[in-house]
Design a binder for this molecule. Structure first.
Ligand SMILES: [Zn+2]
Length: 119
């Protein structure tokens, strides 16, 4: 049987408080300051690159970028496709237009860096 006691727990988390374009460095302004879980909403392009070459590194090859505009997303994918470094003979790229709510922004996007204190 567990002995239960009520304790005050302090949780410290990394939270998304803004977005910046990975290509031009411009800040991506929120379209709505808060919604649902109290998170701001953004209109941007999420670019994911990876490769499917043989080996475990294909799993680790996933990289995510945020682009503020179609122009920046366009620049990113062109540079990625033309980049001949590395082993990637099976380059993959996906571009998703995010306009508003995104599940990861409210859940997985918050990396728990928890620090608990017992009072
Ligand atoms: Zn940009």
């Amino acid at each position: 049987m567990n002995l239960i006691e009520t304790k005050k727990i302090l949780t410290i988390r990394e939270c998304v408080v803004g977005k910046k374009c990975d290509i031009c460095g411009k800040e991506i302004p929120p379209t709505v300051k808060s919604f649902g879980y109290g998170k701001p909403l953004y209109d941007y392009y999420e670019v994911t690159t990876s490769h499917g070459d043989w080996g475990n590194d294909s799993v680790e090859s996933y990289e995510h970028f945020d682009a503020c505009s179609p122009n920046c997303a366009d620049k990113l994918w062109k540079e990625y496709i033309r980049d001949s470094s590395g082993t990637a003979n099976t380059k993959c790229i996906s571009i998703e237009h995010i306009n508003g709510w995104k599940r990861e922004d409210t859940q997985e996007g918050e990396k728990d860096a928890e620090k608990r204190t017992n009072d």
